[in-house]
Design a protein around this ligand. Structure first.
Ligand code: TRP
Ligand code: SF4
Length: 398
């Protein structure tokens, strides 16, 4: 089986070109390379929108349509809805038992978002727990790769810590066998032979004398560190296995496409073009874009390096057009509206296949629900398998 990829997005608004260039294009590429699970993080959206849940309701299926428009193919990847898989909450609860509050308090997004979203009361238990819920999302699918932006890297790091702690408490490390061999190689060969013999005896017959003897020996073996002793004890008793897999972030290159004002494209900055924005509005928004502030009159020469429109040319225009912009802008040979025209056309052309892919889903919303239902069923069965392992590892199978 190939490695599994998992990522999610919060359904808090229409997706825009920043999402497309920053994340979705990457998701689409990955679906042909690995087994990909992508989900609508509606519980995560609730942590910041618990007072405006209708926003979420409105955007759950709309966001899936945006995904399909971008080119995610339900035959290649699994698309699902977080709140339909209560196992995420179960794992979150179990992880919470052993997660120090300080781990969550020191995640940088916790304070940052509270600062940034001052109008919202984010001094909630749910908001503090946000990254741990994210950890549960990831760990429950034993995902190896998590495509996210830089801002989410600390959440993936916390996920790794949570997995490590869980495995330490209830399982064993993934490279356990190699580490055990390393510990054993520190001991004399004849001792190792005896150790293996009593281990077999203990595991097969539950002979506690064999156990006590071996543990007594380990206690006094000066070649070993405390960590070695713990490992060999686990090896001897045959307890646990690497229940949860440590994932790593697949850092998405930051989108080269800024917002209309030249800073990061974001709904809260009111500088977006939506993926399915209508043509007239694309035209109007680009025409209204700020340009080099020094270029006041048509006869003033401009400097593309100081102009957000240039950033758009870098994403959308071929070399020949860029050359034309550079030459003509700097000698006031073209006006800014002229300069913007190829961008308007390029955005509309890029959007065309997306609108075509979205059309059948807009006219028949049942299709979207069916895709999410099927994906949710698939994902849930994987989540249930993991939870079976987790409960067993924790000894919750009374
Ligand atoms: N926190 C992510 C964001 O704000 C969304 C998310 C929730 C997520 N659970 C996840 C991303 C699991 C990756 C994996 O963008
Ligand atoms: Fe910007 Fe183009 Fe106007 Fe130059 S001509 S200032 S690059 S919009």
């Amino acid at each position: 089986m190939t490695d599994r990829v998992l990522s999610g997005m919060r359904p808090t608004g229409a997706l825009h070109l920043g999402h497309y260039h920053g994340a979705l294009k990457n998701w689409v590429r990955l679906q042909s390379e690995m087994e990909c699970f992508y989900f609508v993080a509606d519980w995560h959206a609730l942590t910041t929108h618990y007072q405006s849940r209708e926003v979420i309701e409105k955007n759950v299926y709309e966001m899936v349509i945006d995904w399909l428009a971008a080119g995610l193919d339900p035959d290649k990847c699994t698309l699902f809805l977080q709140s339909r898989i209560p196992e995420h909450a179960e794992l979150f609860t179990l992880l919470a038992m052993s997660t120090p509050i300080s781990w969550l308090e020191r995640v940088p997004t916790y304070k940052d978002q509270q600062e940034k979203l001052k109008e919202k009361d984010l001094t909630t238990y749910g908001f503090l727990g946000y990254p741990l819920l994210q950890a549960a999302d990831i760990l429950i699918y034993k995902a190896k790769h998590v495509p996210v932006g830089e801002d989410q890297a600390s959440h993936v790091e916390l996920t790794r810590e949570a997995a490590r702690r869980f495995n330490h408490l209830y399982g064993r490390e993934p490279d356990f066998d190699a580490l055990v061999q390393q510990c054993l190689s520190k001991l004399p060969k004849d001792i190792v032979k005896r150790f293996e013999k009593s281990r077999k005896q203990f595991q097969e017959t539950g002979d506690t004398k064999a156990l006590d003897g071996a543990m007594g020996y380990l206690q006094n073996a000066t070649e070993l560190t405390d960590k070695d002793r713990e490992r060999l004890e686990g090896y001897f008793k045959g307890t646990g296995k690497a229940v949860l897999t440590e994932p790593h972030a697949l850092l998405t290159e930051a989108s080269k496409l800024p917002g209309l004002d030249g800073v990061k494209m974001s709904k809260s900055y009111n500088n977006t073009i939506d993926m399915r924005e209508d043509k007239a509005s694309i035209d109007a928004k680009v025409k209204r874009m700020q340009t080099d502030p020094a270029r006041i009159k048509r006869t003033d020469a401009g400097n593309p390096d100081l102009c957000p429109v240039w950033q758009f040319h870098l994403v959308y225009s071929p070399e020949s057009t860029r050359q034309w912009v550079k030459t003509e802008c700097t000698r006031a040979g073209i006006g800014c509206l002229e300069c913007k025209q190829p961008i308007i056309e390029a955005i509309i052309a890029e959007q065309q296949p997306m609108l075509e892919r979205a059309a059948p889903f807009i006219s028949n919303p049942r299709l979207v629900r069916d895709i999410v239902d099927a994906g949710t069923q698939r994902a849930r069965s994987t989540a249930q398998d993991t939870m079976r392992d987790v409960r067993e590892a924790m000894g919750l199978n009374y």
